[in-house]
Ligand binder design. Structure first.
Ligand code: ATP
Ligand code: MG
Length: 404
């Protein structure tokens, strides 16, 4: 074992895994551009309050998952555990609301959470997230879910989209009350964590993964029965739009999100093969105002890139690799040919190993070369190269225009 190890839960990404990761990320970025989202790059560090105020004091993330520390001046700062808080901070600080009637922003980058590492759960992981600021229309919620659906379909990843509404300031308090009463009555059936949660954040009990808790909340009151007129209509409309778009979804009345800022629509894409959440999001209509901006409804989602890459099983196709193989005293000509081929847009490796042609072709095979470009004295004198297809063994004399 080498003397130095990466920090627990922090991983290096390279080789095939990274190719998949980039493929997934590029596909999502292209998709977001089709929906006219603009990128925003925000810092990895924020003052701790940014996360406490937005994500919520009583959430798992703020309570126990943050990498927070004091800087040299004693101010508390934290590595971002998610992207929305920072984007909202940036939206308000830079007065982006004054530029356009609404904004569609996306971000990509590493997030940090002090969780117990396991498959698909790391302490540094990556998300791409999208946010729409301005419209309250359920049309936007539908388009966000449509995006999620298209991303998963195009990557051929099987997942179920779950949808729920968790209401707003006017209807949630009555529900919270009803849920608390229900939870108090079945206290003995709840896990330790939920016993602690239920006073501060009873909705989170619905999300507990412990089987006894899951069983205990089966007959709990449902937010859907408590929605006010506005939230009820919003939810109804959303489902209508999803049907119009033929997007399959499952209504899950126990779906709540682990962050306090959500209102009305919440959704998740859950893997069909492994029971893990791949993409999660929802509406957060009060957050911009709570962070000091004008009242601005918003909706967004975040994609876990490691989780999608892990489930993406296709081979990532790459451009065929060419290798210029010089034999004899023709290195200058080999350099030149490599330059010509690259100027034609080909992916080209110049053999760095000297030796017999046979040795070099063995090297080419090990490097996954598709076409060997053989250049010797004869090629140099005649101004051509010999193209060898490494799969079929066929050889071809290729002249090229001397103007290059
Ligand atoms: P989970 O229920 O799995 O803990 P979460 O509700 O904490 O997820 P969000 O905060 O909504 O997740 O983040 C959105 C997505 O980011 C998740 O669906 C997942 O794909 C990814 N994600 C969250 N935490 C991690 C992690 N520790 N490691 C890798 N990916 C993660
Ligand atoms: Mg989590």
């Amino acid at each position: 074992m080498s003397e130095f190890q990466s920090v627990r839960g922090f991983h290096d990404l390279f080789g095939e895994d990274l190719k998949k990761f980039r493929h997934v990320s590029n596909l999502i970025r292209e998709k977001l551009k089709l929906y006219n989202f603009e990128e925003i790059v925000i810092p990895v560090l924020e003052y701790l309050e940014v996360f406490q105020r937005s994500i919520g004091e009583a959430t798992d993330i703020v309570q126990k998952e943050m990498f927070a520390f004091q800087d040299r001046k004693g101010r508390w700062i934290a590595l971002r555990p998610e992207g929305t808080a920072g984007v909202v901070r940036a939206y308000v600080q830079n007065r982006l609301y004054a530029l356009k009637p609404y904004a569609k922003l996306f971000y990509e980058g590493p997030m940090f959470r002090h969780e117990r590492p396991q498959a698909g759960r790391y302490r540094q992981f990556h998300q791409i997230g999208a946010e729409v600021f301005g419209p309250l229309d359920p049309l936007v919620d539908a388009e966000m879910i449509q995006l999620v659906y298209e991303i998963l379909s195009e990557l051929n990843i099987k997942a179920t989209i779950e949808v729920n509404s968790i209401g707003c300031k006017s209807c949630r308090p009555a529900y919270r009350e009803a849920l608390s009463l229900y939870l108090n009555a079945l206290e003995r059936r709840l896990c330790e964590v939920c016993l602690d949660r239920k006073g501060r954040n009873p909705l989170r009990v619905l999300d507990c993964k412990v089987p006894t808790c899951k069983e205990a909340v089966k007959d709990a009151p449902k937010m859907l029965d408590f929605l006010c007129k506005e939230c009820g209509e919003h939810h109804f409309k959303l489902k209508e739009y999803l049907n119009t778009l033929s997007i399959p979804y499952r209504e899950n009345p126990n779906l709540v999100r682990g962050l306090d800022y959500y209102t009305k629509t919440v959704f998740e894409a859950v893997s069909a093969d492994m029971n893990i959440t791949l993409i999660a999001g929802g509406r957060y209509d009060y957050l911009v105002e709570e962070m000091g901006g004008p009242p601005t409804p918003a909706v967004g989602f975040a994609v876990g890139l490691e989780r999608l890459s892990m489930l993406f099983k296709e081979h990532v196709r790459e451009e065929p690799l060419y290798m210029v193989v010089p034999f004899g005293d023709v290195l200058d000509y080999a350099l030149f040919i490599a330059k010509v081929l690259r100027s034609e847009g080909k992916r080209v490796e110049l053999s760095y190993r000297r030796g017999s042609l046979k040795k070099q072709l063995e090297l080419a095979n090990r490097l996954g070369v598709r076409y060997a470009v053989l250049v010797g004295e004869e090629e140099k004198a005649g101004g051509f190269y010999t193209l060898k297809d490494m799969e079929t063994g066929e050889q071809l004399r290729v002249e090229f225009s001397p103007s290059l």
